[in-house]
Design a protein around this ligand. Structure first.
Ligand SMILES: Cc1cc2nc3c(=O)[nH]c(=O)nc-3n(C[C@H](O)[C@H](O)[C@H](O)COP(=O)(O)O)c2cc1C
Length: 191
């Protein structure tokens, strides 16, 4: 089995990058394959153009988007690995979701209903500066919109690894436990 890990962070020494690498090591340790889609490293353009948007009505997809869709088609699983920036993923990742998960590929409308087309296992690895608080449900605020996208497209979603309280001076033991969890989640992904 094969999983595509889409990661969105500009810095090579970020915690997001470290977790992504551990998740991949976990996948490999279980005898499965992982492919990385490093959106910054690959220079993915997150901006939808007018001709592209007009093409959506006719089911037309640009070659660069077709290539991303083929990458997903060749996999059995999809993982999104990113930091929360102003309650959302980095713009490069939301642009990837908006451009790649097109109608006809990721979902279809059939008899007035929406049918998700991506029969993939999915998981999110998310780094968050804040700690989860009692007064406001940050997990719902930050994670539900993206989980909703994956669900809409028909994916079978595993529990999110939400790493709360990730910032430069964070407790080293907590960060280490997140790294170990990422390895374990990679190892169990196809179990
Ligand atoms: C532009 C920006 C916006 C951020 N917005 C939030 C936020 O809305 N909520 C939050 O809890 N943390 C926020 N953070 C903190 C990041 O989530 C945190 O620094 C990150 O997860 C650390 O992981 P990294 O080393 O991979 O960057 C923000 C950080 C940046 C740079």
């Amino acid at each position: 089995m094969r999983v595509l890990i889409v990661t969105a962070h500009p810095q090579r020494d970020s915690f997001t990058q470290a977790l992504t690498e551990q998740f991949i090591a976990g996948v490999a340790s279980s005898g499965h394959e992982a492919e990385i889609a490093d959106l910054y490293g690959e220079g993915f353009n997150p901006l939808v153009s007018i001709p592209e948007m007009n093409g959506w009505q006719k089911g037309l997809v640009l070659p660069e988007i077709h290539a991303e869709q083929e990458r997903i088609r060749s996999c059995d699983g999809l993982v999104l690995s990113y930091p929360v920036w102003w309650s959302t993923p980095p713009a490069i990742l939301t642009g990837w979701l908006q451009r790649v998960l097109t109608q006809g590929f990721a979902f279809m409308h059939v008899d007035g209903r929406t049918e998700g087309q991506l029969k993939l296992r999915a998981q999110m690895l998310v780094n968050i500066g804040s700690r989860q608080r009692q007064d406001i449900d940050l997990a719902t605020l930050y994670l539900e919109p993206i989980l909703g996208v994956l669900r809409y497209c028909g994916m079978d979603i595993l529990p999110t690894q939400a790493n709360w309280g990730v910032y430069p001076q964070a407790d080293r033991a907590a960060l280490q436990s997140y790294v170990e969890q990422a390895f374990e989640n990679g190892k169990r992904f196809f179990a």
